[in-house]
Design a protein around this ligand. Sequence first.
Ligand SMILES: Cc1cc2nc3c(=O)[nH]c(=O)nc-3n(C[C@H](O)[C@H](O)[C@H](O)COP(=O)(O)OP(=O)(O)OC[C@H]3O[C@@H](n4cnc5c(N)ncnc54)[C@H](O)[C@@H]3O)c2cc1C
Length: 464
Amino acid sequence: MTLDRRHFIAGVAGTAALAGCATTTSNSVGGLQPAPLPAFLGRPSQTLLPKGKAPRVVVCGGGWGGLTTAANLRKLAPQAEVVLIDRNPSFFSSPLSNMWLVDMVDGELLTQDYLRVSQHLGWQFVQAEVEGIDRAQRRVTTSQGTLDYDWLVLAPGIRYQYEAWFGDDRRAADATRQRFPSAYASNSEFLTIKRALHGFKGGELVMNLPPPPQRCPPSPYERACLIAWYFKTHKIKGHITILDHKPGIAPIGGGYKAAFDELYKDFITYVPNAHVQEVDPFNQRIRTAAGDQRFDHAILMAPHKAGDLAWLAGTVSATSDGWADVDVLTMQVKGDERAFVIGDAIQAVSPLPFRYYPKSAHIANRLGRIVAYQISEKLAGRAPEKRLPDNLCYMVVNGTPGQALNVQFDYDFDAEGRVRQVQRDYNERTAHLFQEDFRWADFMFAEMFGGAAPPVLPQAAYRV
Ligand SMILES: Cc1cc2nc3c(=O)[nH]c(=O)nc-3n(C[C@H](O)[C@H](O)[C@H](O)COP(=O)(O)OP(=O)(O)OC[C@H]3O[C@@H](n4cnc5c(N)ncnc54)[C@H](O)[C@@H]3O)c2cc1C
């Protein structure tokens, strides 16, 4: 028997209706007969955006790396269709966020509506959870449906490796994340910390730093300084203990030590070599190689590894130590010329002692540029040249007057072709570096949002 098109469509509709019935039956608890699902209610098996003739680049993750990639692809490869997927409706900037925690800047400066930016720059935005990536089929599965791609860029950031502390004890991991989050990988956690700080009546606040490599190594010290500044200016009898896995403050160790000693002597105690051995979120205790500590509140940072998407896409190999296994010059996933990983999620880039690029917004931006360039050159049938990033971080240590430190990194190749790093610490805290921090954010946001965002500087200058 053959089916003509009309019967076929009727048949498919009938099958769908039957599938709906099956769902209805399995969900009919207590006599309730659920209605059939509306057509637009996300079903991961549906095609979300049918692919046209233009080459399509799907960017998963709309943080610093993903936004930079999308913006640069529109400039360098205007013939390509660019789709960016993020689980959130808006971008929230971690850089500058420590100032937001203590009310030095408005949240508006840190937040950007993805849809507005996408319309401004001409890429497409899909707000959805990426649930699976099939690199053999070149298909991304999201909570809203599937998308096929020609080129894939993953910019998933980091995940917290709570397993290192709690094994498979999810209850302890959940209690830690909910009550004492670090706000290093999830936007909502920033709000949890801000509320806790504003409700803090005094006592012991513990912060730990995980083993390297971690996201933005100097920023926990910045956070400690600004919270101490907040305690000092609001006359809160709080004390901060920094439990650092490392043997000393780094980077910008001299500048931070001077800030701890000269500005926050009664507020901050720094403890080196404090390797975490046990965390008890229920009884509010932490045991480290440098001793036990009870706390009234804590900012607890489990070790960092590549974001979940890097694992779901099968880019973390047995030898890449929990990070995405990429070619360190092209960011291409090894063995897959159509997939790239950028930003914090990537593995060590050099056998030299520094090993990893700093896991920073600046580096994510630079790697986003490099990958947009790689894809555009390949689309044009040219062989891309080798490019290396640079890095720059401003760290605020005082609110009144506003003062900051700075660290810069440059990269080149040594005689053996290995990536080499030159680091420069600017340990003198100055008002100039404080202003430069906002100027840096302005440049970055201009590139990522293409003028859809108002400049940071005048507004920030108003607040501080
Ligand atoms: C407090 C703090 C201060 C910092 N200060 C600085 C600074 O001053 N300078 C600096 O250079 N760096 C700073 N950083 C570091 C910087 O924020 C990160 O290095 C940067 O965000 C890395 O960019 P990324 O694109 O790799 O990841 P992210 O920016 O984290 O982007 C990842 C994106 O992927 C999305 N995502 C993940 N999984 C999924 C999924 N399954 N489905 C859909 N979407 C998903 C997330 O929602 C997120 O938007 C700071 C970080 C913190 C926490």
